[in-house]
Design a protein around this ligand. Sequence first.
Ligand SMILES: [Fe+2]
Ligand SMILES: [Fe+2]
Length: 242
Amino acid sequence: MADLELDRAVEIAPGVYWVGFDGESAGLRCNPYLILDGDEAVFIEPGSVPHFPIVLRKVLSIVDPRRIKTIIVSHQDPDLCAAIPRFEEIIGPDLKIATHSRAAILIQHYGLRSPFYHVDQNGWRLRLKSGRELKFIFAPYLHFPGMFMTYDPVTKVLFSGDLFGAFSYDWSLYAGEYYDEAMKAFHENYMPAREILARAMAKLDGLEISLIAPQHGSIIRDNPRRYIDILRNLDCGDYMLD
Ligand SMILES: [Fe+2]
Ligand SMILES: [Fe+2]
């Protein structure tokens, strides 16, 4: 995207920032996001230890990290969780880690000191100080039993975790022509079965979605419904073992 300065945080929706980067060696790029809401910030899928310095620089360019009250992680993988202890050192003491209780069991092994906010035990929603609510959409077994997506009803952005991600050496911040095949390749390899994937896609029916913001690959802004339909009909996982 020649028109975008990818060396900076990019505002992808009002008050929603992509704070990732284009790592050329990474076929599996990681996308952390930040939501600003008044004087409060929410940090989504913060990333890995090697990515920490550059993600931190981008976070600092848009917010005082002490304003981050919640880190949301869709599951326990190191590419999105391993930097949490580093961020804890610069974020204030009233930080909480929002995730599924099943993921929390594993995430505690990173040596966190912040308390967990179990999304499955709190009505699948997070209320910010302003009253704004983020909603969590359970997507079990995709690819972790406690996996969930995060939906922001204000901007209509769906933070989809590993869902809608892609494997690709081609990359642009926003999904282009290459993305259909790259997204399929990732799901064929990571997601367990067509029926399980289709069930999660059905939960997105009726949801107004402006952008899909996955943890890997590119942001989907042109016709998100088309990508939902691709995944709804994709053979994956155990079908690939034959
Ligand atoms: Fe993962
Ligand atoms: Fe991932």
